[in-house]
Design a protein around this ligand. Sequence first.
Ligand code: KG4
Ligand code: ZN
Length: 325
Amino acid sequence: MIVLGIDTSCDDTSIAVYNGKENRILSNIVSSQYQFHQEFGGVVPEIAARKHAENIDIVFNEALKVAGIEVSDIELVAVTRTPGLLPALLVGVTFGKGIAYWREIPLKGVHHIEAHIFSPFIGKVPEFPFLSLVVSGGHTLIVLVEGLGKYKLIGKTLDDAVGEAYDKVAKMLGLGYPGGPVIDKIYKKYDGDFIDLPKPRAPQFNFSFSGLKTAVRRLIEKGYPVEQVAASFQKTAIEYLTGKLKKAIKELKVKKVAIAGGVSANSLLRESLKIMQVEKNLDLFLPEMEFTSDNGAMVAYVGYRKFLIEGEDSLSMNAVARSSL
Ligand code: KG4
Ligand code: ZN
């Protein structure tokens, strides 16, 4: 079954073509809009929606071309319907519905976080149960995944998401948007001393990032060098994430661990988890770099599997800005 996967939940227009039966991604095209949002230091929903509308046809045609297929070969449309920026989601959902209606093929709505959770398993078979650390621009969660659609929320952020904290810190430091890749790059080059930043308190396996942001603001006001502040922020934020994850692994006695979302591209997070894998004898599942940030491939992968279990969605399916897993 040839599956089209569409994601327009935030600021990337992404469409993939996936061969469900062979479990193989045939193309995964992502058109990033970050340069249009850079001057605002964050994503502007109306600009995102307009750029998606301008680009989606181009991205779609490119995805078909790279996959070497015709429109008539598509047998299922999977599209992110929630959560995300409503005007942005609507572009993908409307486009997906259009293809499904025109070609008379089934449509499947996909939850964006669910798609991220399975991104380490694209091209493979998921191994349940596993503990997933979801770290993106909008979410920071620890989820116990017992099966497709079977999730237990173990912890979440009580305020900002970690990616959001990266973006806000980068904005304060005048490093532009998105903040994660820039701060990570600075960290890799940096070889000076780190400033001790307090790890925010949050009960159990929950997170809080707003205090860390305030601590960074104070350092900036005191005139510490940009590189030292950025590198110290990354060290603290990643130690905080891995510390909580380690605690959850121990308490829940899990052996399989996965990460997902934009921040799962972070070099220090990936390195720290590889060390933890050896220390704790874990099975570790990291998404390939191209599947860390938003992409259509993860939507196609999950949409196909949900379709096999639940069947199709109606064409009256709608985009929803907020929803839990
Ligand atoms: O999953 P994603 O592409 O979009 C959402 O669904 O939110 O995540 C985007 C987030 C941004 O906040 C960005 O700064 C962060 O992922 N990010 C990183 C890195 N690459 C992207 N954060 C830390 N280190 C990175 N290397
Ligand atoms: Zn995402």
